[in-house]
Design a protein around this ligand. Structure first.
Ligand SMILES: Cc1cc2nc3c(=O)[nH]c(=O)nc-3n(C[C@H](O)[C@H](O)[C@H](O)COP(=O)(O)O)c2cc1C
Length: 350
């Protein structure tokens, strides 16, 4: 199959089709990234505010992946990716980090074309062998960013995705083909597209490849892995959730629960649905919701809150199919095998 060949030179340890864990801030640390890269996927570490901690995680990944690194053409490049939430991040400090650790992929998200261009140019100076991937969620953003700086790949994030994303989004079913056509039309059909959002297994992966993606990124599916750093009650809530379009919701309220929302207006996020969301959707003022929540949490209220209500449990619409714990390496292998079988059997059908 040809889709994986796109990364043969740049990510030589990655098996086809490319499967990556999303760089989930605070949850995807070196343990997850190592397990995913070892299984022939692209392991990624998510954004951390604490650059010292992030540097330690990267060093840990290098130490523990010595045997894999020794098989690669360039032992300086660390065979994992690192996620940056661009808005509000200090560019110089990040460049020092990339220069030192040389991650195979730098994943940029949550910024407009101008900022992405500045970051891309700086990364290409600081760590020329790092691939720059940009996650975005609209056709317009794809075109603007490609024209501004021609990243090495685009991650097309559909509206089913868990975590933050474009407020006005489409699912990958229309996003991938429309971006493909638009980039082709503007002479930029050479950029690999990676699918994200609602993919949790080999079936979703096969579908994304059929739509024109060269690989997939999964966040929600990897919340089931013991290597992902989340509290067990979060993981249990993921396992319990079913009917993903009902069990999750997109809203900006998930960033407003404890105070002002610092996210740019373009973005909201998808979480497990909770009572805060239901109250907000029914028109209750956020200040009222906050004081209700505070009284429930300090014991002076009358209702009992559960884990969904007390925090924002980010999850995508695929959550209903994520039901049990599975090691990250096994996830990568199973998803890859099922996707390849699925594609093979579809190709044989008359
Ligand atoms: C818990 C969680 C944390 C996330 N954190 C980030 C992040 O820090 N940066 C980012 O670019 N995307 C983040 N995302 C979004 C993912 O990059 C990706 O688009 C999404 O997980 C794909 O959809 P899925 O969850 O249905 O697989 C996060 C997603 C989840 C579920």
């Amino acid at each position: 199959m040809s889709f994986g060949n796109v990364f043969k030179r740049t990510l030589p340890w990655v098996q086809s089709p490319l499967i990556a864990n999303a760089p989930m801030s605070g949850a995807a640390l070196s343990e997850l990234a190592i397990a995913v890269s070892r299984a022939g996927g692209l392991g990624q570490i998510g954004f951390l505010d604490d650059m010292h901690q992030l540097s330690n995680e990267l060093q840990m990944a290098r130490d523990k992946l010595q045997d894999l690194i020794a098989t690669l053409p360039d032992p300086q490049v660390l065979p994992i990716g690192v996620g940056v939430i661009v808005f509000g991040s200090p560019m110089e400090a990040w460049m020092r980090l990339f220069k030192t650790h040389k991650p195979a992929v730098v994943w940029l998200s949550f910024a407009g074309a101008n900022d992405i261009r500045q970051w891309t140019e700086a990364i290409r100076q600081a760590s020329p062998k790092s691939q720059v991937w940009v996650q975005l969620g609209s056709v317009q953003a794809a075109l603007e960013i490609v024209q501004a700086c021609h990243p090495d790949a685009l991650v097309l994030q559909g509206s089913d995705a868990g975590g933050h994303g474009h407020q006005d989004g489409a699912s990958i079913v229309s996003l991938i083909p429309e971006v493909t056509d638009t980039l082709l039309h503007h002479g930029n059909g050479d950029i690999p597209l990676i699918a994200a959002g609602g993919i949790v297994d080999g079936r979703g992966t096969a579908a994304a490849l059929a739509l024109g993606a060269s690989g997939v990124v999964m966040g929600t599916r990897f919340l089931s892995a013991p290597e992902t750093r989340i509290p067990q009650i979060y993981r249990d809530a993921i396992f319990k959730a079913s009917d993903g379009g009902q069990a999750t919701a997109r809203s900006r309220v998930f960033d407003e629960i404890w105070g002002p929302n610092f996210w740019p207006a373009t973005y909201d996020g998808r979480c497990l649905r909770n009572r805060v969301y239901d109250q907000y959707a029914s028109g209750m003022d956020i200040k009222k919701i906050r004081s209700w929540l505070a009284s429930e949490m300090n014991g002076s209220g009358s209702e009992s809150l559960d884990v969904h209500d007390m925090g924002s449990l980010w999850a995508g619409t695929g959550v209903g199919m994520v039901n049990s714990m599975q090691r990250a390496g096994d996830i990568v292998q199973t998803v890859r095998d099922v996707a390849l079988k699925r594609i093979g059997s579809l190709a044989r059908e008359e």
